[in-house]
Design a binder for this molecule. Structure first.
Ligand code: FCB
Length: 431
């Protein structure tokens, strides 16, 4: 992969070379946001029931920011609800924009860097009918939304992760039919990916036109893929193909403006968008776990995949393996972009706080290893600040450093939040 064009990188910031903080997303914490996902829940397509009031953050964003500060954060990643901001096509809701602007001002006043995501899975209810991602019109719609947000938030926001996990969204929404718009059509998926890439580039251009020093990122989900049977050549082959398909291709597209993602037998996404090259200032990585692949599979020809506790640390509450050792390798793939790397999400469902302290310690140590091995890591965001609504699983998985009482929306610190603060202090000192 060739590096970015030779302009001065806007990131890391000279006055704040490292970011340490928490990540949330609008739908998962705000509550009462009517959008495509609300309809999806109502039609029974999730396992976990409705999102309802979520974690009540629309009312308590400011005190959430204070909690984050008390837990040692100098940065806070959150997302903007497109459905609140543009409830009908071309109709902008100033109250919603003002609400986000007030929150941003609060963060800045507290010395916390806002990191803003513009797309975190949900859409206004009109979007899929009027300008779906399979249509070129989607690009302009998203561009206008990005421009409106960037104009309202102005210079106070210096970092954007425009899209959260675009590949996960395309796979789950256009191939697996698990999330809105609920399609299972590989040609639609290929088109959607192309338009999302174009929308990223268009949004980046709008943000930079408004605020030339803003740093543009993406939050790309990375997974480790392992052969279920280490000695089996087919298992090893699918693990390699899965890794290439899932981990490296999105960053390559962002750097070169070209992509070719291949997952036999049926998936082939290829394309070219020259405007993507140079559209990133940092490479954001969401990292959670590892999948063990077996080929041929019982369920799919290409292979079955599952989580399994091979490290012996114990599975998280939602059954994910905890595997910090693979993180340096994944961060190296992100670092091959020649961009600074930020861990934009990392965390676990652990209601009793049995495993979170160890999880934190070992992932932060893995980041230190990655840096020692030459990857330029400049930030870490824990998912999440508070227990929140988990897309398909509702409120059962508890990812929060702070527990939320669903009846009162009161927050209570989990013991590991003290360790999070101490690790943050050391990270910010450059240790
Ligand atoms: C990530 C998503 C985030 C949350 C965590 C657990 O993939 O970006 O919204 O659901 O997983």
């Amino acid at each position: 992969m060739s590096g970015p064009p030779s302009r001065e990188s806007r990131f890391p910031f000279a006055d704040r070379p490292r970011l340490w903080g928490v990540a949330v997303s609008h739908y998962q914490v705000e509550g009462n946001d009517s959008c495509d996902w609300t309809a999806w829940e109502a039609s029974g397509k999730t396992r976990g029931g409705p999102c309802g009031g979520a974690a009540g953050s629309w009312e308590q964003y400011e005190s959430d920011a204070d909690l984050a500060a008390s837990a040692g954060s100098n940065a806070f990643r959150f997302s903007i609800s497109w459905s609140r901001v543009e409830p009908r096509p071309g109709e902008w809701n100033d109250d919603a924009l003002d609400r986000y602007a007030r929150f941003v001002e609060h963060l800045v006043a507290r010395g916390i860097e806002p990191v803003v995501t513009l797309f975190h899975y949900t859409h206004p209810t009109w979007f899929h009918e009027r300008t779906p991602w399979t249509s070129p019109a989607s690009v302009d719609r998203f561009r206008k939304f990005a421009a409106m947000v960037a104009r309202r938030l102005g210079d106070s926001v210096r970092a954007y992760t425009i899209f959260n996990e675009p590949l996960v969204f395309v796979l789950a929404g256009f191939l697996d039919g698990q999330i809105p718009p609920g399609l299972a059509d590989s040609r639609a998926a290929a088109k959607a990916l192309d338009h999302i890439f174009a929308a990223h580039a268009a949004a980046a251009a709008e943000i930079r036109a408004m605020n030339p020093t803003a740093a543009i990122g993406i939050a790309h989900n990375m997974m480790s893929f392992a052969p279920d049977r280490w000695w089996n050549p087919l298992d090893r082959l699918v693990a390699r193909v899965g890794d290439r398909f899932y981990n490296a291709s999105v960053f390559e597209a962002m750097i070169t403006g070209e992509w070719s993602l291949w997952l036999p037998p049926a998936i082939r996404f290829r394309g070219k968008r020259p405007e993507l090259a140079g559209s990133l200032d940092f490479a954001g990585v969401n990292f959670y776990s590892r999948l063990h692949l077996r080929c041929p599979g019982h369920e799919r020809l290409l292979g079955d995949y599952r989580y399994d506790d091979r490290t012996g640390i114990g599975l998280t509450d939602n059954g994910w393996e905890i595997v910090p050792d693979v993180l340096p390798r994944l961060l190296r793939i992100a670092g091959a972009t020649n961009l600074p790397v930020v861990v934009t999400e990392n965390g676990l469902a652990d209601g009793d706080d049995r495993l979170r302290a160890r999880f934190l310690r070992e992932h932060v140590a893995a980041i230190r290893d990655a840096r020692r091995l030459g990857t330029d890591v400049h930030g870490y965001f824990h998912w999440s600040l508070v227990d929140n609504y988990e897309w398909l699983d509702g409120f059962e998985p508890r990812f929060g450093l702070f527990a939320v009482d669903q009846a009162t929306m009161a927050r209570r610190a989990r013991p590991s939040s003290a360790l999070f603060r101490d690790l943050g202090h050391a990270f910010l000192r450059g240790e």
